[in-house]
Design a protein around this ligand. Structure first.
Ligand SMILES: [Zn+2]
Length: 90
């Protein structure tokens, strides 16, 4: 069951689904097919407050890769700042 009280965007109330149903998601990056379960959708919309118009577009593997890439980029960025600070001191 969809808990409409928990949805972030209830101005589209009329268009909201009554039940979440498992959806087949084709990954935008690698083309892998993955089932986005009703349970995961409920979590995304009601707990994570994801936009009702947004949906999973990547498989779990690619999402994980994205996360790791972002974390790495952040690390490199922070290291760069640290090095600049050090150069200023010397
Ligand atoms: Zn993928």
């Amino acid at each position: 069951m969809v808990d409409h009280n928990e949805l972030a965007h209830n101005n589209t109330y009329d268009l909201l689904p009554i039940f979440y149903v498992d959806k087949l998601v084709v990954c935008r990056d690698c083309g892998a097919e993955e089932v986005w379960t009703a349970e995961q959708q409920k979590w995304w919309y009601e707990v994570a407050k994801g936009n009702i118009n947004s949906r999973a577009v990547k498989c779990r593997g690619c999402r994980k890769e994205d996360k790791e890439r972002k974390a790495l980029a952040r690390k490199v960025h922070l290291n760069g700042i640290a090095q600049k600070e050090q150069r200023k001191k010397t």
